[in-house]
Ligand binder design. Structure first.
Ligand code: NAD
Length: 486
């Protein structure tokens, strides 16, 4: 069986206490790998390696040298492209088309884009008057924060991890990454790439394990971890924030969502259907930016629901490596249990099940996988749990609305505020509605269109802080002002 090891100070190592845990395939539920669990002592070693690397050749590199290194890492990922696709498929069960065309290329792009950003970032400079008339000048230097703890989720493992590791390294930090226990493989594979391209030892460390009272918390509570960046559930983020308060360490939190799509009757219906389909069902609905609430202007409501139903029923559920697969399984049996409990709750709360609502009939060799049907509901009140709570599965509730004011109120009536999408051909309305939606990102007539230079993060309980482009520099660096008396 495949062994997945920790990556500490440039070396692959087992857990010092000898413990390992099983990684199961979401597709078949078979055990596919044994993952070395990092002990507290292993986390100590990883953090110490990160600290030492800051004082070694890595800490002495010029920005230009770091930029070259980041490009080499991106090229290294591209060279091992098929291996990364295979690890993402094996860990998550995502369809090969998604891994090949979106998630793995973004893994490489996350290093390139931040290399280019740090290369071009301007610095501030101020002249000032002094009483002796000779004056002084001030200029700012960006310093790395230090050792950054990177706590990752499982839904897009390589993409979401590199989204943080890329800028952290670009800014000269070192990292201790704790991948999700569900998806340990791509972080380990990236360790191989780091060695292949000659990244100094200790700059990139990976420790495997769980969250509370385990590896995750060993990282976030470590006094020598200087900053913590996290993607995952809101309540985990809140727990991490509490831990980070000890030592007053900065946090960047990217958390859950319950994102609305608003479809006006004047929209291009094909565009709306294509994008709502993707945003509800891509990656089996396990996308933080995905849509679980759809509001459709009443004159279009029935046509829209009918078209979305046709789309959902046409999705082919199959092995991730097949090119025609439209939807894979959920990440795990545990997560399937959670999603199916919402499927039952929806019915108990009076939903009209337009399509799906259960477990698909899969061939014998896939029967044990974490499969669920893509599901659409209508007819629920806004107070229903499937309308209020993040499910993180391939499902959405569709409700009619009658006015712009009403739909803005409905869309904003949530503790979350990650993303929203609006479908309309009325330009003024697009601007008007976008401005009023309480979300970190609003798409108009699209979904998941991301320019990595733009700010990314959640409003309300969906996040704290913004990453992306120069905004990442605010978190991964500290500005030092140098004042020189002339
Ligand atoms: P999760 O919060 O359960 O786990 C995320 C990571 O945190 C895992 O590595 C886990 O081991 C670790 N962890 C858990 N408890 C911890 C603790 N007390 N201390 C330290 N580490 C701890 O999230 P998940 O189930 O892996 O991911 C799904 C969630 O992530 C969804 O809520 C989704 O919306 C969210 N998400 C958000 C974004 C975003 O950009 N806002 C992106 C992707 C996913």
């Amino acid at each position: 069986m495949k062994q997945i090891l920790n990556f500490i100070d440039g070396e692959f190592v087992a857990g010092s206490h000898g413990r390992a845990f099983d990684k199961r395939s979401p597709v078949t539920n078979e055990v596919i790998a044994s993952v070395a669990e990092a002990s507290k002592a292993d986390v100590d070693r990883a953090v110490a390696a990160g600290k030492a690397a800051l004082r070694g050749p890595w800490g002495r590199m010029t920005t230009a040298e770091r930029v070259d290194m980041l490009h080499a890492i991106a090229d290294g990922i591209t060279r091992r492209f098929d291996d990364f696709v295979a690890t993402e498929l094996s860990d998550t069960g995502m369809p090969v088309s998604l891994a090949r065309h979106a998630f793995v290329p973004r893994g490489a792009a996350n290093f390139k884009i931040f290399a280019d950003i740090v290369k071009n970032v301007p610095s501030e400079f101020f002249e000032m008057a002094t009483p002796d008339g000779r004056g002084a000048i001030n200029y700012a230097i960006r310093r790395p924060v230090g050792v950054v703890g990177v706590i990752c989720p499982w839904n897009a493992p390589l993409l979401l991890m590199t989204w943080k590791v890329g800028p952290a390294l670009a800014c000269g930090n070192t990292v201790v990454v704790k991948p999700s226990e569900e998806t340990p493989q791509s972080a380990a594979l990236l360790g191989e790439v780091m060695n292949e391209v000659g990244l100094p030892k200790g700059v990139y460390n990976v420790v495997h394990g769980f969250g509370p009272d385990s590896t995750g918390e060993f990282v976030t509570s470590h006094p020598d971890v200087d900053a913590i960046t996290f993607t995952g559930e809101t309540r985990t983020g809140a727990a991490i924030m509490k831990t980070a308060a000890v030592g007053a360490r900065p946090v960047s939190l990217e958390m859950g969502g319950k994102n609305p799509a608003i479809v006006f009757a004047d929209c291009d219906l094909d565009v709306a259907i294509e994008n709502v389909m993707r945003s509800a069902f891509a990656n089996t609905g396990q996308v933080c930016l995905g849509t679980e609430r759809v509001y459709v202007e009443r004159p279009l409501f029935e046509r829209f629901v009918e078209a979305l139903k046709r789309g959902a029923e046409a999705l082919r559920l199959d092995r991730p490596e097949l090119s025609g697969t439209g939807m894979g399984p959920l990440i795990s049996q545990e997560h399937r249990g959670k999603v199916l409990s919402y499927y039952r709750k929806a019915v108990e709360e009076g939903a009209n099940v337009v399509t799906g609502g259960g477990v698909p009939d899969m061939p014998a060799e896939l029967k044990e996988g974490a499969w669920v049907q893509p599901t659409i509901w209508t007819g629920l009140p806004e107070t229903a749990s499937v309308v209020r709570e993040e499910i993180f599965g391939p499902c959405c509730h569709v409700a009619p609305f009658d006015s712009e004011d009403e739909v803005i109120r409905l869309a904003n009536d949530t503790r979350y505020g990650l993303s929203a999408s609006v479908y309309t051909t009325n330009l003024a309305r697009a601007h008007r509605v976008s401005a009023q939606l309480e979300a970190g990102i609003v798409w108009v007539n699209s979904w998941f269109l991301r320019d990595l230079r733009t700010a990314f993060g959640g409003a309300k309980q969906s996040g704290i802080g913004r990453e992306g482009g120069v905004h990442s520099l605010e978190f991964y660096t500290e500005l030092k002002n140098v004042c020189i008396k002339l």
